[in-house]
Structures are given as structure tokens and as C-alpha cells.
Write a protein that binds this ligand. Structure first.
Ligand SMILES: CC(C)(COP(=O)(O)OP(=O)(O)OC[C@H]1O[C@@H](n2cnc3c(N)ncnc32)[C@H](O)[C@@H]1OP(=O)(O)O)[C@@H](O)C(=O)NCCC(=O)NCCS
Length: 149
């Protein structure tokens, strides 16, 4: 995907040279390289890889919807990095997709806060027992026609 720059971050494709970084193991990085839809989140100040953000298969199986997958390593969480990265990604996908989805654990208040902050709207809950999940998961949608997309 096209490299994106924000105030503090570089969002760029995963590559073979990233194998050996402390964020993911080799199998995970090879998966992310092959998936071709996930950015490595890199700090401009020192080139450290601190997480990932990508546009993945929708959790509800909708073909025109991309699920936003995010992760920041624990030592860098709660510093506004996903807020900054997500703003850039949302800005860059306007021509690619009409709709984004967000899928997070019911107990993950931080992820829910971020979803609502960006205007994602709660749609439904995927119940743990019914879907063989580790927890109940909330499913949100952000429509291209909403103000924040
Ligand atoms: C969820 C995650 C990606 C967020 O990334 P991050 O860089 O830490 O997020 P940010 O710092 O940009 O934003 C965190 C926001 O949550 C808020 N927040 C933090 N803890 C919170 C809580 N317990 N309840 C509600 N809001 C909370 C912060 O105040 C901030 O909001 P603000 O900018 O409006 O003040 C990251 O914490 C992570 O990787 N967690 C583990 C993996 C995971 O849960 N992935 C999500 C799957 S959807």
C-alpha cells in the first residue's frame, strides 16, 4: 500500500527486513507481508516498529467492507499512536471502500472509545458461545457517507 506519513509515524508495508523485530514473530510478519493490506507502524524519531494497522476481511463476511485491524505494543499504548494512524488510514481509503468495520472485545473499553471517537456505529454483538470466540465481540460500522469518514 502507499506509504503514509503522519506527525510522528510512518505507515508502510511490512517487509522481509522486519523479521527479527521485537513486535511480531517471523510467521506473523510473513503473514502480514503476504496479506498486502497491513501497514507496519514505525516511529519517525528512531525507526522503531511499534505496531500494525490494516484493512482486513470483514468480520461479518461483507465483501465491500474492510475490517480495520490494529495493534500497538504495550509499552507504546495510550500515547495517541492509533488515533494518529487511523486518521491517516481513513483519509487514504476513501476511494477504495465505502465502509469500514471495527471488531473488538466487549470488555475492551479502549477500543470501543476509539471506534466511537471516529464515528463508528455499533451494529451488533457476536456472542462468545454462538461464534466460538474467546469473548463476546462488538461489531461497528463506519459508513463513507458519515461525517467522519
Ligand atoms: C487498542 C489499541 C490498538 C489502541 O492503540 P493506542 O495507540 O493505545 O490508542 P490511542 O492512544 O490512540 O487512543 C486510546 C484512547 O482510548 C482512551 N482510553 C484508554 N483507556 C481507556 C479505557 N479503559 N476506557 C475508555 N477509554 C480509554 C484514551 O483516553 C484514548 O482516547 P482519547 O484520545 O480520546 O483520549 C492498543 O491499545 C492495543 O494494541 N491494544 C491491544 C490489542 C487490541 O486490543 N487491539 C484492538 C482490537 S480492535
Amino acid at each position: 500500500m502507499k506509504t503514509l506519513l503522519t506527525e510522528r509515524l510512518i505507515l508502510r508495508d511490512w517487509c522481509e527486513d522486519d523479521i527479527g523485530c521485537s513486535v511480531y514473530n517471523e510467521d506473523d510478519i510473513r503473514y502480514l507481508i503476504n496479506a498486502k493490506n497491513n501497514y507496519a507502524i514505525v516511529l519517525k524519531e528512531n525507526n522503531e516498529i511499534i505496531g500494525t494497522i490494516g484493512l482486513n476481511e470483514d468480520a461479518d463476511g461483507k465483501e465491500n467492507v474492510r475490517n480495520v485491524g490494529v495493534r500497538i505494543v504495550p509499552q507504546h499504548q495510550n500515547r495517541g499512536y492509533i488515533t494518529e494512524a487511523l486518521r491517516a488510514v481513513i483519509g487514504s481509503v476513501r476511494d477504495i471502500t465505502d465502509t469500514l468495520s471495527w471488531f473488538c472485545k466487549a470488555e475492551d473499553l479502549r477500543s470501543q472509545h476509539i471506534a466511537k471517537k471516529f464515528g463508528f456505529v455499533y451494529v451488533k454483538t457476536f456472542a462468545k458461545a454462538q461464534h466460538n470466540l474467546p469473548s463476546d465481540f462488538y461489531y461497528y460500522i463506519l459508513d463513507k457517507n458519515s461525517n467522519s469518514f
